[in-house]
Design a protein around this ligand. Structure first.
Ligand code: FES
Ligand code: FES
Length: 162
């Protein structure tokens, strides 16, 4: 199969890949670029475990052919969150509220949280639930997850700027 070359800015680093255009972006991230923080749950676009951010939008990497991720795209995976004030704030809030049980959903969940708060940190529990409707937690720890995101949202303007 023909391959395409792509150069992406992933978590602030220039990364190159030569890939069959239909290869799943999830597999390129995990297997080709060794970014294993992004998880595969269902592989069918139902659970949100594979969520990453491409040019500011949360996307399901299991459903995204890598060839459709444009050259020079800005990509954030869960590994990149610790490099940002907002990401660190969210990680601390998830930990402080005990939001992770088995933890499998958390990479996708927290990446969705980061995308949402980066766009609009003015959140209430209803909007948080709505924005995370595509992220399924098998341990059903939603209450603490929402508490964590709300806590991060409340601190977002002071601590997550820049
Ligand atoms: S693994 Fe992509 S949505 Fe479930
Ligand atoms: S903490 Fe186990 S799936 Fe969410």
């Amino acid at each position: 199969m023909n391959k395409v070359k792509r150069t992406w800015n992933i978590n602030g680093e220039r990364r190159e890949a030569e890939i069959p255009p239909v290869r799943r972006f999830l597999d390129v991230l995990r297997e080709d670029l060794d970014l294993k923080g992004t998880k595969e749950g269902c592989g069918e676009g139902e659970c949100g475990a594979c969520t990453v951010i491409v040019d500011g939008e949360p996307v399901l990497s299991c459903m995204l052919p890598a060839g459709q991720v444009p050259d020079s795209a800005e990509v954030t995976t869960v590994e990149g969150l610790e490099k940002t004030p907002g990401g660190r704030l969210l990680q601390a809030a998830y930990a402080e509220k005990g939001a992770a049980q088995c933890g499998f959903c958390i990479p996708g969940m927290i990446v969705s949280s980061y995308a949402m708060l980066s766009r609009d940190p003015d959140m209430d529990p209803g909007r948080i639930r709505e924005a995370h409707a595509g992220n399924i937690c098998r341990c059903t720890g939603y209450e603490k997850i929402v508490e964590a995101i709300q806590s991060a949202a409340e601190q977002w303007p002071a601590e997550a700027k820049g």
